[in-house]
Design a binder for this molecule. Structure first.
Ligand code: KE4
Length: 432
């Protein structure tokens, strides 16, 4: 058992100063148990904690580090830019350069606005959808996570077609009522919501490749196309939240891979190359409603920050290298197959969902995992926690929750993949 004394010391100090000792809840390891590892540094596919333990990293800062940590060209670009000023609060050419890259790469985006997080992107996109349609209600899916804006911290009410209820204290019940929810992959539930709220629904917001219920498949049974069709028929906007899957599953994200055109797209994570950037964009006629062009207000002191713009430019540019996604696809497929073989060998029931370089292995006896209930009620969450900690001890850093995705980067080598599969074999042997 590697020593984690310094992480333990740091965690005790941090808990005195920060809620839960962290600046984002999932980092506290509450759902898997154990002490969060305090990172000292990261490079390529590896991270090192403050005790000097080395891990192959499959979180990649929850998705942004698709090139690998501390990519030399990204670091150099940020250093160069910082020497000319950290933040202007005024337009700069780097904003134009990153906006052009986003417009060129994401099929549905004609006009884009940069913000500082995925939460800001989705919060702003919802306000824009309400401003554009003049309607107040929205639809999201159980287990869909779109950041922590009030209207999105909502879970299903008692009946399928009833209003949402707060999923966090501090969210006013009256506000939550404007958010309707349905299970993933259930188009009849969506149709019932539209029938019960005729002409009142401004938009549907959906992760086209859900990654916050673990990875789910909404595409192969036509669910996403059905959402596109119902929004067009009902005069509601379809918002693809591609904060996680954008630039991850294809250069143009899920919408390029699936050939489905949303009205608005939310981006984050990879678009900032590890620095704080979110973005929302889409049809020009909709985006022109945003101030100062139009009446929907949205602003931000650090939006378009030059350092963050440069990190995003250096990152997105490198995604267009030949075979970039083919190589990610091959490594990810081999890794998931190896992990499932290991589960089979150990007699541990498991299935996996994977899109490109984002995947989740679910510890379940079910044949498939298609929605939130399949995870929350159908998976062995306690076993996941034990597996997660056993893999930490083996030097592999997975996402600390069964409801999260794992990510492969361009920096992961075949040696990393082999070592991860071997580590899983040892961990599973210990647990069974
Ligand atoms: P941020 O505000 O965390 O930048 O983005 C919110 C967000 C929006 N939409 C999707 C699809 C997302 O996955 C996220 C954030 N993802 C989580 C991981 N499940 C970030 C990790 C965390 O909350 O610490």
């Amino acid at each position: 058992m590697p020593s984690i004394k310094q992480s333990e010391t740091d965690f005790n100090k941090a808990r005195k100063l920060l809620p839960g000792g962290v600046n984002s809840p999932v980092r506290a390891f509450k759902s898997v148990g154990g002490t969060p590892r305090f990172f000292a540094r990261a490079a390529g596919s590896h991270v090192w904690d403050v005790d000097g333990n080395d891990y192959i990293d499959y979180v990649g800062s929850w998705g942004p580090m698709i090139l690998g940590h501390a990519h030399p060209d990204v670091v150099k670009g940020v250093q160069e830019t910082a020497e000319h000023g950290m933040s202007f609060g005024a337009p700069c050419e780097l904003e134009i350069d990153l906006a052009q890259l986003v417009v060129d790469m994401v099929p549905s985006i004609e006009v884009v606005r940069f913000v500082n997080s995925g939460t800001e992107a989705t919060m702003s996109a919802l306000r824009l959808a309400r401003g554009f349609t003049g309607r107040d209600k929205i639809i999201k899916f159980d287990g869909g996570y779109h950041g922590h804006a009030d209207g999105l911290l909502v879970k299903a009410g008692s009946g399928a077609a009833t209003f949402g209820v707060p999923d966090s204290s501090g969210v006013p019940a009256d506000y939550a009522k404007l958010t309707l929810t349905a299970p993933f992959n259930d188009i009849d539930a969506v149709k019932a919501l539209f029938a019960g709220n005729r002409d009142e629904i401004a938009c549907i917001i959906v992760e086209p490749v859900p990654g916050n219920t673990g990875v789910l498949d909404l595409y192969s049974n036509g669910f996403l196309q059905n959402l596109r069709d119902i929004c067009s028929a009902e005069g509601a906007l379809l918002i693809f939240d591609e904060v996680m899957c954008g630039f991850r599953v294809a250069p143009g994200g899920a919408q390029q891979r699936f050939g489905i055109t949303p009205d608005l797209t939310c981006l984050g994570k990879i678009v900032g190359g590890g620095l704080p950037v979110g973005a929302y964009g889409g049809r020009e006629d909709i985006m022109r409603k945003i101030a100062p062009d139009g009446p929907v207000y949205q602003a931000g002191t650090l939006s378009g920050n030059p350092l963050a713009m440069r990190a995003g430019i250096e990152t997105l540019t490198r995604l267009r290298a030949p075979d970039f996604y083919e190589s990610l696809e091959k490594k990810s497929a081999r890794l998931v197959a190896g992990l499932l073989d290991g589960c089979k060998e150990a007699g541990v029931p498991a299935v996996a969902n994977r899109f490109g370089a984002m995947f989740t292995v679910f510890f379940t006896g079910k044949d498939s995992v298609m929605n939130h209930a399949d995870v929350s009620e159908g998976c062995d969450l306690a076993f996941f926690g034990r597996f997660f900690n056993a893999m930490l001890d083996e030097g592999v850093y997975l996402a600390p929750s069964q409801f999260e995705s794992a990510f492969v980067s361009a920096a992961h080598t075949d040696k990393d993949i082999d070592a991860t599969i071997a580590a899983a074999g040892r961990a599973l042997a210990k647990l069974t």
